[in-house]
Ligand binder design. Sequence first.
Ligand code: XLS
Ligand code: NI
Ligand code: NI
Length: 439
Amino acid sequence: MSEVFKGVNKIEYEGRTSRNPLAFKHYNPQELVGDKTMEEHLRFSVAYWHTFNAVGADPFGAGTMFRPWDQVSDPLGHAKARMEAAFEFMSKLGVKYFCFHDRDIAPEGATLAESNKYLDAIVDLAKDLMKETGIKLLWGTANLFNHPRYVHGAATSNNADVFAYAAAQVKKALEVTKELGGENYVFWGGREGYETLLNTNMSLELDNFARFLHMAVDYAKEIGFTGQFLIEPKPKEPTKHQYDFDVATVLGFLRKYDLDQYFKMNIEANHATLAGHTFQHELHYARINGVLGSVDANQGDMLLGWDTDQMPTDLYSTTLAMYEILKNGGLHSGGLNFDAKVRRASFELNDLFIGHIAGMDAFAYGLKVAHKLLESGELEDIIAERYASFNSGIGEQIVQGKVGFKELEAYALELKEINNTSGRQEELEAILNHYLINS
Ligand code: XLS
Ligand code: NI
Ligand code: NI
């Protein structure tokens, strides 16, 4: 396909005073923040499904986005045209990674064998384009939720034939991810959950889910796929109750079934807020448990109860996310994947660039602020001081496991008074604002 994004050149960094919608104001890939460049810290990735497959349809209306690549009618030709447009877009944007589901890049055939054949043809093209552009695969995954066969779930379906079909699909997706040098492989639960307990054997479904993940781990070993396995928590949607509810729930599941050594988490901002948590909470909980793997960078709308997958532009959220990521020593093999779509009314081609630029700038600014906050140590110092009672005396004895209830009772009986000090929340919020405004 010939050039699709005509009139758009490579997006450049123009600095914070620029008003050019097609330029970065904060994301300056080679700028050092601490000992790494912004590009190394942020590891941005474009989500194939939202950016190249979505047409702007919603439950009340048809698509609004008439993309040039969607005008090709034969299924394989369409997939190829879309992929060429995708690499043109990503090259111009300067993003070094992308992510996909098997069915995003190639069409579903009449049979599994035909679907696999389509996928192979597109993977060949992807390989060429990746070589030509230097763009890499952050992660691959299998779409186990769209086709009607997955009506009752995939690995947690009541129907063993569906379990088998899903296994075959993940087997192929793992092979393809390996072939393309994917650095991670993601499991998002799709329809792994339930609508009503009146028809659900939850115990069997969870055991089967664990069996499925063990099979994936075994097969990855067999074919020599060394990428990181990730689970993406989400509390609801499409099912009423998704099994991978949040980081804490998934962690408990992984530990119960001896899967914790193989999996980390892919944490999505909008899924965090749907679970009633902040994005920072989920990142923090994963970090302190050593399972912060990758991020689906987006944001929800606090007034809506579903996954709106908006471009992340909230600076508080990106700053506190980068704070956790820096404290994690970075994302390692993970990245910041824009699992985000432009709004239905933002249907012009340039909106795709503008949306990503807004997200990249918001994370770049968040990175700068978080780095300064950490360098200053202001928040860290206040927290350390707040827990100082555990550094000496009775607190130290508690932490070291040297006392039990009897010793603590004896100590409490002698206590004259208990002195608490302020939690200083407003002061801390003002410090955060200071760095947000002055970075
Ligand atoms: C859906 C999920 C999905 C995963 C990939 O809500 O976020 O897009 O990231 O399957
Ligand atoms: Ni996601
Ligand atoms: Ni989502």
